[in-house]
Design a protein. Structure first.
Length: 288
């Protein structure tokens, strides 16, 4: 009961400040030795007296350079796999033993920082175990991952729609051989393909959003959305960049940044290869 009361107090202290921007959050799951295999994380949060001692390293953490409320996936019971994982909330301001590594230099998505985080014997109070008790971390993450993957799908469809709109405009303005490049059948056919893929993607995404709002979106279908929409995003943006010609490779054109940023969509939130594995598990009762 005491821990539940503490959790309520923490929510009242954290959530309003996260909404106002006074607190910036981050989720620290990925480690240098592994990404999608959450069950095998090496970071430890072990009970010592009336608190936990957190030790480990995380990488590729969005908002890592300036987050002051970091939810860390850690093993509170290293002998267990999924049941031994907990989410530990670290308030980084003046936290002894916490440090930030490099702001990693990415090829795209420069609008946000991506960092290494280090935890060396960081003291964490027991009420900072998310949910109030140990062992819930894996299930807490799995419960939210379909929504995260749906959000990635939303970004993919938005990027496709924006890219096609910009490319149609460019092809009507850019002139070659005495007229706009829209005069060429190849240009029109490529745009027709891109528009069709984008329209189909929007219909599938809207269906997934509807199911999510009704609480019916399955893990498998969320994986389909993440994998197929991000793959299709790559295809559409590559064609749009090609239609821009040399200018498509120049940073002054939106399509160049959009194309570069699209590449990571197939990696974060679980690689698309992992998404296919999740989808295929539905085919058989066998577990590989």
């Amino acid at each position: 009961m005491f821990l539940l009361m503490e959790q309520a107090i923490k929510k009242k202290r954290w959530l309003p400040k996260m909404v106002s921007g006074e607190l910036v959050g981050a989720l620290a799951m990925t480690e240098p030795s592994g990404g999608s295999d959450v069950q095998s994380i090496k970071t430890r949060a072990l009970k010592e007296g009336n608190s936990y001692r957190l030790n480990g390293q995380k990488t590729f953490i969005t908002n890592g350079q300036h987050a002051n409320l970091v939810i860390v996936a850690a093993k509170t019971n290293p002998a267990e796999k999924s049941k031994g994982t907990s989410l530990v909330v670290v308030e980084t301001d003046n936290a002894e033993g916490f440090s930030r590594g490099r702001n990693l230099e990415k090829i795209g998505t420069h609008a946000n920082d991506t960092s290494e985080l280090f935890f060396e014997n960081v003291e964490v109070p027991p009420e900072n175990i998310l949910g109030g008790e140990e062992g819930q971390g894996f299930y807490q993450m799995m419960a939210q991952l379909p929504q995260e993957r749906l959000i990635i799908g939303c970004g993919a469809v938005g990027a496709m729609e924006g890219a096609v709109e910009r490319t149609i405009e460019y092809c009507n303005e850019r002139e070659a051989f005495g007229g706009p490049i829209m005069q060429f059948q190849n240009t029109r056919f490529k745009l027709a393909e891109c528009q069709t893929k984008t329209t189909v993607a929007r219909a599938f995404l809207d269906n997934c959003i509807e199911e999510h709002l009704l609480g019916k979106l399955t893990v498998e279908k969320a994986a389909m959305a993440k994998y197929w929409l991000s793959d299709t995003q790559g295809e559409v943006l590559d064609e749009c960049l090609q239609l821009h010609g040399g200018y498509g490779y120049m940073q002054e054109y939106d399509i160049a940044e959009m194309w570069t940023d699209a590449r990571v969509q197939r990696i974060y939130g679980g690689t698309n290869e992992v998404m296919k594995e999740l989808i295929s598990r539905k085919f058989s009762q066998a577990r590989f």
